[in-house]
Design a protein around this ligand. Structure first.
Ligand SMILES: [Zn+2]
Length: 197
């Protein structure tokens, strides 16, 4: 890009910092904004600031919400005896979009990763243990990765000690020993399609 507009250069450099956005995409987005009307750009800018001001974590499940507890945690229509554990709010949103799952959620905020120095204490796992009173089953829906597997094994052990049934979703790829839970079949069917979104 020419240096004829330092402002445009700044926008490109800011957009390049976004996840999944390289310099080329950042330029494309910048030109797109330039072509948009002022009111369209203002709407986007306002939404960004408003999201930053109003959206926070639910005090129970750590989903993003504008009022805590979130609407899922407060809903009378959800099955309160099942909690689905996900890494991030984006995972929760993907599962919600499918409309199949009717239980509650718990966002742990990442995965256990000893190499990166992330231990269970760094995640919202303690808070999960604190809300298991009337819970019969925990469904683990971590992503298929070594860290996801480590996290699953850890949660599996902890849940077993608490006599809570544990299952995990399948994603159409071999997931090893965690698939051995017999009661998982229903859940696999329920989740399979959506997880690949
Ligand atoms: Zn919540």
């Amino acid at each position: 890009m020419s240096s004829s507009s330092p402002l445009l250069e700044k926008l490109v450099s800011e957009l390049s910092k976004l996840p999944g956005i390289g310099r080329k995409s950042a330029m494309r987005l910048s030109f797109y904004f330039l072509k948009q009307s002022k009111s369209e750009v203002e709407e986007l800018a306002r939404t960004l600031i408003e999201v930053k001001e109003k959206v926070r974590e639910c005090e129970i499940c750590f989903n993003f919400t504008e009022s805590s507890p979130c609407s899922i945690c407060l809903s009378k229509r959800r099955n309160r005896s099942i909690i689905c554990v996900v890494e991030e709010p984006t995972d929760l949103m993907a599962i919600e979009r499918s409309g199949e799952y009717k239980g509650l959620y718990h966002v742990i905020g990442g995965v256990i990763s000893p190499l990166d120095g992330i231990s269970p204490e760094d995640l919202h796992i303690k808070e999960l243990f604190e809300r298991l009173d009337s819970v019969e089953e925990v469904i683990i829906a971590t992503n298929p990765s070594i860290e996801g597997e480590t996290t699953t094994l850890y949660l599996q052990r902890e849940m077993k000690q608490r006599n809570i049934k544990v299952s995990r979703i399948a994603r159409g790829i071999p997931m090893g020993s965690a698939l051995e839970h017999a009661d998982q079949v229903t859940l696999v069917r329920a989740f399979e399609g959506r997880v690949e979104l």
